[in-house]
Structure formats: structure tokens, C-alpha cells
Design a protein. Sequence first.
Length: 255
Amino acid sequence: MGEPLNCPECHGALVFPNGLKGEIICERCGLVISQARTSQGFTEWAPKWFSNWNEDDSDTLREWLTTLRTVSCQLDLPNFPYREETARIIRLKSDVLFRSQRFGKNKREAIAALVYLVLRKYNEIRSLKEICERVSLNYHLVMKYAWTMRKMTNFHRTFSAKDYLRKYGWKLTSNDELIQTAEQLLTSLHGKISGNPISLAAGAFYFACKSKKMKVSKDEIGEAFRISGRTVYSNERRISRLMSTKGFNLVCAAQ
């Protein structure tokens, strides 16, 4: 066997070389490689999801996302929706978060605070003390950061249809393009359709699946979103009729 490959980000060992879709994952920081080219002496990184950085991302953003992967591994945090929702917020609120020198000097504490807020948002009860003990962080500092971040990012626990889409949609697929398509659909329909946000999210997901010709049944979606298959179907029909009568165009979100 040749020399083992190492993660170019943290130099940790790479594992699962023959795993799902040929992905290789850093055992230490969790960074994902979709393909590995050893013959040329380099590794081709193909970032996916919100938590993977790409060549257009700033060094600061890369540091935050890498720290998030490290903290997520230490906490045994599932990729979806918790890690990816945390990464999405980091990208969305980067101008606010990166402006704080306190967070920049203590990224692990800042990431732990943000993870804690995300877990609370999804009603995943995990005490801040337990999080700090697992990651070996100062409890009082992380608690202070969580309080500050809640105010800085306007963090709230009221769920929108998009929030439910991200919470339950990831149970059915890891296809980020599909999720983004459903999100864009919900954005285009905002203010034009009313109803239970969970039902609307499920209907939008079903509509996106049908538009992509993906074989996911209404009952499977209903089980993931914790509603009936009939409700999924009726909301997809409402969305479909509105899309056709109003002439909305659904364009896949750019990667």
C-alpha cells in the first residue's frame, strides 16, 4: 500500500476510502472529499453542503466551518439538520459574526454557543453545561456568547415553513439542490399561500421531488414530516395549482 493520505486542512487521517459514493472523510475534522486522486499527488476537494468551504470562501469563513466540523465531531452532532443549519447561519450572518473580535479569538466557544442555539431551535434538549464539558470549554464564556449571538443574529424559535423543510427534508435526502429548489419555491409563494407551515413545507418538498422526477411517495414524506400522506398530497396540489395559474417560474438554485 502507498503512503496514507492526510487531510490538507488539519492533517488528520482520512477514512472510508470506499464509502458511500466514493467519499473520503477526515477522521479528525470531518471534511468530506468526494473523489481522491493519488496518481497526481494531490487530492481533489469537491465541497458540498453549507459546512464545506470552496475556493471563493474567505479564510475566516473556512476557519469557522473547519472549527464547526471539529466541534460537531466532538459532540457526535448529526450532519442534518443541526450541523448544516449551524453552517447555514454562519454563512448567512457572517458579516455580523466575523465583526466581533471576541468570537474571532475564541472560535470554538462561539461555535459551541451557536450549536446550542440551533439545538434549542429544533427542540433538541441538550444542556449547555454538557456541551461545554464534552468540548472542554468555559461554560460561563459560552453562555455569554450564546446570549450575545441570540441578540446579534435575531435568533428566534418560531419555525417557518423553510425551517421545517430543513428539519425534516434532510431525513429523506442529502441532495442539497433538491432542498434549495423547495426553499426557492416557498420563497416565491410567500404571502401568496397560507396554512400550517409543516404542511406547506411537505407540499413544497413533494412538488420539488415531482419536478425532479424523484420517486418519493407522499406517505414517505408524510412520515418524515409527521403528518398524513393525504395532507402532503393536498398541499402539493394547492402549490401546483397556484404555480400554474399565477405563472410562477421555478428555477433551481445555483450551487
